[in-house]
Ligand binder design. Structure first.
Ligand code: THU
Length: 138
């Protein structure tokens, strides 16, 4: 069974990493800390927290921090993802962050959601991505 199959993902390790990340959130304006964690296709685990700003719209979601962490630690594709709020409950990525994650997703990337495990195609159907740009340019 490959790492990307939901059964082989250590969801509790991912959840723990997301909780640890959430505890590092800088969220003085919303008072809504978020932590995200993901498994990479080479077995690495990456995580991130939200980082807000006095200029509210400049604030970064936890997924932005996670994707930066992914890139800074060697890149790769995300195969499994979870996100928690300050109560340690599963949180769905906002629409912008689904797009952000899509760019770095392995085919069939699995999300822990409020309604069970779902794939990237289920949480962002008919997505726009690098393929559309390539098709247009070719
Ligand atoms: N937030 C995230 O970090 N990720 C999401 O997918 C949803 C929202 C953050 C942004 C902001 O700092 C706080 O949650 C309240 O919206």
């Amino acid at each position: 069974m490959s790492k990307s199959e939901p059964e082989s993902v250590d969801w509790s390790a991912l959840k723990s990493a997301a909780i640890e990340a959430m505890k590092r959130a800088y969220a003085p304006y919303s008072d809504f800390p978020v932590g995200a964690a993901a498994l990479v296709d080479d077995g690495r685990l990456v995580s991130g927290c939200n980082v807000e700003n006095a200029s509210y719209g400049v604030g970064l979601c936890a997924e932005c921090s996670l994707v930066s962490n992914l890139t800074m630690t060697g890149g790769g594709k995300l195969v499994a993802f979870t996100c928690v709020d300050g109560n340690e409950d599963v949180l769905m990525p906002c629409g912008r962050c689904r797009q952000l994650l899509y760019e770095h997703s392995a085919p069939g990337m699995v999300f822990e959601t409020v309604s069970g495990l779902k794939t990237i195609d289920q949480v962002l159907p008919d997505a726009f991505g690098p393929r559309q740009l390539e098709e247009y340019r070719s």
